[in-house]
Design a protein around this ligand. Structure first.
Ligand code: SF4
Ligand code: SF4
Length: 67
């Protein structure tokens, strides 16, 4: 099923790793001392990371449906 939203770490990541523990498909990894990053190929768009991120570093973006 095509995703309608995309989640992305935009900035202000506190490196807390909460999102990494929340993600059901292990789509998030941490670039040490920099930021968490979401692998868009693995992400299923569940929103758990977005809801869990206290500093609101993760943004939700609407995307066009892909075939
Ligand atoms: S939950 Fe937010 S602040 Fe914490 S590692 Fe993930 S993106 Fe960064
Ligand atoms: S939206 Fe869900 S699947 Fe995608 S990175 Fe966040 S927790 Fe993982």
């Amino acid at each position: 099923m095509a995703k309608k939203v995309r989640y992305r770490v935009a900035g202000g990541c506190a490196l807390c790793m909460t999102c990494i523990y929340q993600c059901p498909v292990n789509a998030i990894s941490l670039i040490e001392d920099v930021s968490a990053v979401i692998d868009q190929e693995k992400c299923i768009g569940c929103g758990s990371c977005y809801n869990a991120c206290q500093p609101e570093a993760i943004v939700q973006e609407k995307i066009e449906e892909e075939a």
